[in-house]
Ligand binder design. Structure first.
Ligand SMILES: Cc1cc2nc3c(=O)[nH]c(=O)nc-3n(C[C@H](O)[C@H](O)[C@H](O)COP(=O)(O)O)c2cc1C
Length: 187
């Protein structure tokens, strides 16, 4: 990537995001999902980046249908995924509109991809955040219904920041326009 080449920054970002979906140690695998609570407060938590689609400009994560973040997204369908790599010192904030999938063909094929053993995360008897007497009481029901939700973030804005001793760089990119619109901004 050259310093003044915004189109190559697009390629760099999508390639990095794609790598994070399968490279277990890539720090961009664990972004923070930021949502807005209907009460007006902020809400952030770490999630796993599962899929990306450059063509659709979407970033996909999985969660429990009953989680707080799902309620927040149902109320306010805007969110951001915030990535940071402490080695390259790159931050990426991807902001957009969110859609939720709880059934249908695509939901089914993504659910079928979930490895045996990992499905228990989506088969807990009670909703995430329910008070329990001890951690062991968070049991799953092996054949219970999957409380599996797919969250797609349709990215309309990337805010990329590179912290570098030779000069910080920051850019705004608008991937959903399909025109590789982008501009450098003051860091
Ligand atoms: C490394 C790591 C990865 C996580 N991945 C996910 C994930 O992919 N999906 C998810 O719903 N929660 C994930 N969590 C748990 C969330 O951070 C959060 O605690 C939980 O989803 C409840 O959030 P909520 O009450 O805001 O909905 C992960 C936590 C950590 C530390």
């Amino acid at each position: 990537m050259t310093e003044h080449d915004l189109p190559s920054l697009y390629d760099h970002l999508w390639a990095r995001l794609e790598r994070a979906t399968f490279e277990g140690k890539d720090p961009w695998r664990w972004p923070m999902l930021a949502t807005a609570s209907p009460a007006g407060g902020p809400a952030g938590r770490i999630v796993v980046l599962r899929k990306i689609s450059r063509a659709e400009t979407t970033l996909t994560i999985y969660t429990d249908t009953r989680s707080e973040k799902v309620h927040q997204i149902e109320a306010i369908a805007r969110a951001a995924l915030v990535f940071f790599d402490p080695t390259s010192m790159e931050q990426l904030r991807a902001t957009g509109t969110v859609s939720l999938l709880k059934e249908g063909d695509r939901w089914r094929s993504l659910w079928d991809e979930i490895r045996e053993g990992q499905d228990t995360d989506y088969r807990r008897r009670s909703a995430p955040g329910t008070p329990i007497p001890s951690p062991s009481a968070a049991a799953s029901t092996p054949d219970g219904p999957p409380h599996f939700a797919v969250i797609d973030l349709h990215v309309d804005h990337f805010d990329w920041l590179s912290i570098d001793r030779d000069g910080h760089r920051r850019a705004h990119l608008f991937p959903s326009t399909g025109k590789r619109q982008a501009t450098w901004v003051v860091p």
